[in-house]
Each structure stands twice: as structure tokens, then as C-alpha cells.
Design a protein. Sequence first.
Length: 401
Amino acid sequence: MRIKSPFLCFFILKNVNIWEEMKMKLEMQRDTLLVALQAVSKAINKTALPILQGIYVEVTNEEIIIKASDNTDTLVHLIPVDNEGVTVSSTGKTVFPKNIVDIVKRAGKTVEISSEDNGLITKVKSGKKIDFDMNCMDPLEYPELPIKDLSQPTFSVSGEQFRDLARKSVFATSESQTRPILTGVCLTVKGDCIELVATDSHRLSKLNLSVTTSNKEEMSIVIPKGTWDKGLKSFDLSKNVEFFVHELSVVMRNGQTVFNSRLLDGNFPDTSRLIPTDHKQKMTIDRKELISGLEFINGVVDDKKTASTKLHINGVASLSPSTAQSGKGNFDIFYDMFEGEDEFDINFSVRYCLEALQSIDTDTVDIHFEGPMRPFVINPVYDDISHSSKELQLILPVRAS
């Protein structure tokens, strides 16, 4: 049969080329593929479009691109083709359903992947254990995601520092959507220092870390708390994390993984005026002993989420439940040092104080008080005064019931 229409010939040839591009075939180490799939799968959101509930895989002669997105966060993992751990017979692309992760988990040492039917049917083989034809989604329907400039990071931190930045700030963000801006962590770049602040308006966490930055002007962004959580789950924390700050998003690169996240829009409140610059009393106390006392109070109250405690200072630090519903009693802790008048009471949230103390790594803390109804500040006591980071935790007291 002769095809007389030039347009129809062009259409057929064009689509034949597209289909050929999607007939991929490769073989690779299971562990290499599994690390990539697990890393990007953290971006998948069940409420996203159906195509975004899958994992996009594109095979070229230079690298394998694996990515997932929910249109707000995008995780990309790049695997170089080295013809040793990864061998590409033909290039192509497809979108796997998320359960590809479970299949690869149960595979042997190597995995073979080959696609047919425009990438909609993809065969996954592994030795004699697995030979499975997966129903995939059309890669041409996967949305094009913006490409960001990654030539010069704004700053870089070690994997351990990234974990600490998240661990010491995210817990203090708001759980309520009443003020969405407070559900994120405000990150400010100031010269060769970054400052992180998180608050839910009842407590505040602040951390300063010395880093080398490429940004000459001060800038502030608000990173959603979910971004920090996904980064912790996806990154290899034995490697550095590079931050690339853009107008509407932040990109974090960790080895072969690239994470692009949309920033929160709005003005983060000026929290500097909330932090007391002076104090009337200062108590130096063993952090673990204080945690033990607070956990005791938590164990004898009914509602652990809203429980409050009374701290009475008079020669010792005495903790007792703010309400007598569960009984009466106290937990006494001998402090290391106390400055100022040592006869006063203050009531505060058990949960807030516990989370603040658990974010601190030092054996001893200083607690600065300014009065029974004024915020108090907890600072770690470092043995090394040249420590590269500075941090504080601020907690607002509650009225005694």
C-alpha cells in the first residue's frame, strides 16, 4: 500500500522514532538501582496526578535518570553508565508504578530491564527468580520539570551538619495551617554564616552555623518542614549537601541525588525581639537529669501532648505536675550552679521542653529566666568555646491552672 499524504508519512516516521526511543534495554546491579528508586520515591504523593504517582526512568548512553515529583518537590537520582555495574543495550524511557521498588528489593544481584509497546509494558528480570511484565505509564505524559542552574552552590554543609540542622529546628515548626509560613524553617544567609529559625509562636529554635557561601548579600528563604524530612530520608549523609537558592525554590544536591523543592511564600515574622537580651536567674543543670525528670512528669499525667509542669527553684530544681488530677508529688534535681534569686516558680509545657532538650547534644545546659510569665531560654554549654555552631531554644511559660 502506498501512502500518498506527505503529512501522514511524516506523522508515522516521527512516531516510529519516538517509539524506538522508548524501547530501552539495560542491565545493572540491584543495589545501585534500589538506592536510586528508594531515594526518589520519597517525593511521591498519593494525592498527586496519576502520572506523578509513578517513577520516571530515562536511559541514555551516558546516564540513567530516575525521578519522582509531586509538582512541589522533585527528587532526581543520576546513575552514570560505566559498562561495569551498568550496561545499556538501547536507550529509552518509561514511567514505572511505585511498586517497582518492592520488585527490585526481592531481585538477585543484577536486574535486567527491557521495554516494549512504547514503554507501556516493561519486563523486569533477575536471574531465575523474577520475570515480570509491568504495566507502566506513558513517559510522554510525564510533565517537563524546570532545569535549575547548579554551577555554583550558595553554600555547602556536611551530611552530619544537614542532619543536625533538620533535627534542631524542624520540631519547633507549626503543625497548624492557620499561618502557613510558620510550617517552615526560615534560613538566612549572612556572609559566612547561615541562621535557621523555626517557631510555632509558643516556642522557638534558633541555630547559627559557620559555612562558606557564594552569596555576598543577605538573603532569607523559608523551606517547608517536609523538605527537610524528605532530604533526611533520601540523602546519603556520608556525603556533603550543596544548597542552590533560587527565587521560588531551593535545590539540594547530595552525591548523585538532586532535590528541588518549592519555597513557602510570605514574610517570616521578625523573631529577634522575642529573645530576651538579659536574665534575672541562670541555672546550669545536667541535661539528661532534666530530661529524666520531665519524662517522669509525662508518665504520671493523662494527656501527654498538653501536659504542663511546675518548676520550683529553692536549693534544688523541683518538678511537679501542674494539675493534681493524677496525684501529687515531685521530682527533684540538683543543679550544678544557680545565679540570682533562688526562690521562684514557673509553669511550662513538658513536651516543648523535652523536645528542646532532646535536640541539644551537650551534657549540660544553661537556662536563663526573666520571670514567671516571661519566655525562658535554654543554651547548650560547650566544652570547646570555638564550637562552629551556636544554638538556643526559647519556650513561653503557661499560666498555672
